[in-house]
Design a protein around this ligand. Structure first.
Ligand code: DQA
Length: 144
């Protein structure tokens, strides 16, 4: 099984960025943890981060034909991006939305997600552990 893990804008700064909200783990450490977890689950994990909306759209389009599932933390694009939502809907690859923080316990503008209605599900508020939970959920999507 192949899973594409996408990280949106500013997540390259994890570890240094508002650690009281997003934790102290770097993105590199999270990606390494996911690759390790993937090996245990029999999943090839491919990770990609971009601060650019169009690059994320292209990565989703390019996942056609090889990715069995997408795990995405769209970061701020969660709350703004029709383009990301349309890309996910277009490729039809089961997608799990992840947020490190509990967005529903934060500002109102974070309560709306353009992605959630077309995602299989959403995991938020568990920090980096949320990515691991998403990977486990992905592993079970095609193994009922
Ligand atoms: C985030 C939550 C978003 O509201 C925010 O813009 C982010 C990170 C999270 O992981 O908690 O950049 O997606």
């Amino acid at each position: 099984m192949n899973v594409l893990v996408l990280h949106g804008p500013n997540l390259n700064l994890l570890g240094a960025r508002e650690p009281e909200v997003y934790g102290r783990e770097t993105l590199g450490a999270i990606d390494a943890m996911l690759e390790d977890e993937g090996r245990k689950l029999g999943i090839d994990v491919h990770t990609f981060q971009s601060n650019i909306e169009g690059e994320l759209v292209t990565a989703i389009q390019d996942a056609r034909g090889w990715a069995d599932a997408i795990v995405i933390n769209p970061a701020a694009y969660t709350h703004t991006s029709v383009a990301l939502r349309d890309a996910i809907a277009a490729v039809g690859i089961p997608t799990i939305e992840v947020h490190l923080s509990n967005v529903y316990a934060r500002e109102l503008f974070r309560h709306h997600s353009y992605i959630a209605p077309i995602a299989v599900g959403q995991i938020c508020g568990f920090g980096a552990e949320g990515y691991r939970l998403a990977l486990i959920a992905a592993s079970r999507l095609t193994k009922p």
